[in-house]
Design a binder for this molecule. Structure first.
Ligand SMILES: [Zn+2]
Length: 310
C-alpha cells in the first residue's frame, strides 16, 4: 500500500541507469549512498538516485525491476507511488514516463501481479505545483491511477494550503492520501483527515501520542500505512520517541493494533531502507505480534486497497 517506485531502485539497477547516462558507478558506491541515519541523509540519497531517472525508458526499467521484486515475494497486488512532483521539477513529461511504466509492467498481470498507481506531489513545492500533479493525473485518463497523495516535508506548509487541491482530487474521482505524522505530530494526521478528507495516512506513527485520534482512526476505519524499517532508518521513530536512536522495541505498531487502529504494513522505499515486505512481517513478528495478528495485517492491506478500477 505504501511503496515508492523511486525508492525501489536496487544498486545493480542504479548502476545500469547511471551507465545509460554516461556515469560509471559501482554497486558499492550506491550502497554507501544508501547508508544514512537521519531524514536529511535519506532525502539527499533519494535526490541523488532519482537524478538518474531522465528518460521514460528509465522509468520503465525500474518499474519492471520492482514488479519482479514483488512477484518474488508472492505479492499479488500493489499500489505504487510515483513522485510526479519531482518529474515536473526536472522538467519531464509525466504522461510519457507513466506510459513507459505501464508498457513495462503490463505483462506482469498475466503472471499474477496486479498494479495500480498513485500520483504524488511534494508538500514543500506548494499548492500550485500539487495542482499540476492532479491535472496530469486527470489528463492521463488511466483507470490504473487510483489515488493522489502528498509526500515530502510535512513540516513545511500547513494542510489548509491544499484544500482546493484535494477538492479537485475528490471531484476527479481519485482517492486521497497524504504522508502525515511521520516526523510531525498527531495534529498533522488530524488536519489531513479533517481538512482534506484523506482516506489512508502515510506512516502516521505520531498517532500514538493522541488517544482521541487513535479512537477516531478506529471509528472511521482510516488506516495508517506503517513502514517499520523506514521509521528506524530515517530516524522518524527516534523523533517520535524523543530519543537519540530507536530500536524496534520502541515501535508503536503493537500498541496501535491493541487500540484497534487499522494498520497496513508496508516497505516505503525498500531498496533504500534495506527491507522487503517479508522482512517487515518478520520485524512485526519480532515485536511480539501473533500469527493471527500478522494474518490480520495482510487481510487489512486487501480491505484498505483501492483495487477497484475507477
Ligand atoms: Zn513514503
Amino acid at each position: 500500500m505504501h511503496l515508492h517506485l523511486e525508492g525501489s531502485i536496487r544498486p545493480a539497477i542504479a548502476c545500469e541507469l547511471a551507465a545509460r547516462h554516461g556515469v560509471a558507478l559501482t554497486e558499492e558506491e550506491v550502497r554507501r549512498r544508501y547508508a544514512y541515519t537521519n531524514f536529511a541523509g535519506f532525502l539527499d540519497a533519494f535526490k541523488w538516485v532519482t537524478s538518474f531517472l531522465r528518460d521514460p525508458a528509465d522509468f520503465g526499467l525500474v518499474a519492471a525491476d520492482l514488479a519482479e521484486q514483488l512477484l518474488q515475494q508472492n505479492v499479488v497486488y500493489a499500489e505504487i507511488t510515483l513522485s510526479v512532483g519531482v518529474m515536473f521539477l526536472r522538467q519531464q513529461r509525466p504522461e510519457a514516463n507513466f506510459a513507459a511504466i505501464l508498457a513495462a509492467t503490463e505483462s506482469f498481470e498475466s503472471r499474477g501481479l496486479r498494479l495500480n498507481w498513485i500520483f504524488d506531489a511534494v508538500r514543500q513545492f506548494g499548492a500550485e505545483a500539487a495542482m499540476r500533479v492532479v491535472e496530469v493525473a486527470e489528463a492521463c485518463r488511466s483507470p490504473r491511477i487510483v489515488a493522489f497523495g502528498i509526500g515530502g516535508d510535512e513540516l513545511s506548509l500547513p494542510a489548509s494550503e491544499f484544500r482546493k487541491v484535494y477538492e479537485r482530487v475528490a471531484g476527479a474521482g481519485f482517492h486521497r492520501l497524504m504522508h502525515a505524522g511521520e516526523i510531525g505530530g498527531p495534529e498533522k494526521i488530524r488536519e489531513a483527515i479533517e481538512l482534506l478528507g484523506v482516506e489512508r495516512i502515510g506512516h502516521g506513527i505520531a498517532a500514538i501520542h493522541d488517544a482521541a485520534l487513535m479512537e477516531l482512526l478506529a471509528v472511521r476505519n482510516i488506516p495508517l500505512e506503517v513502514c517499520v524499517a523506514s521509521n528506524l532508518r530515517t530516524g522518524a521513530l527516534a523523533v517520535q520517541r524523543k530519543i537519540a536512536s530507536a530500536t524496534i522495541a520502541e515501535h508503536p505498531l503493537p500498541e496501535l493494533l491493541r487500540r484497534g487502529v487499522p494498520v497496513t504494513l508496508s516497505t516505503d522505499d525498500p531498496a533504500m531502507f534495506h527491507t522487503s515486505l517479508s522482512e517487515e512481517y518478520r520485524q512485526a513478528h519480532k515485536m511480539g505480534l501473533t500469527e493471527e495478528e500478522l494474518a490480520g495485517l495482510v487481510a487489512g492491506s486487501f480491505s484498505h486497497a483501492f483495487a477497484v478500477s475507477r
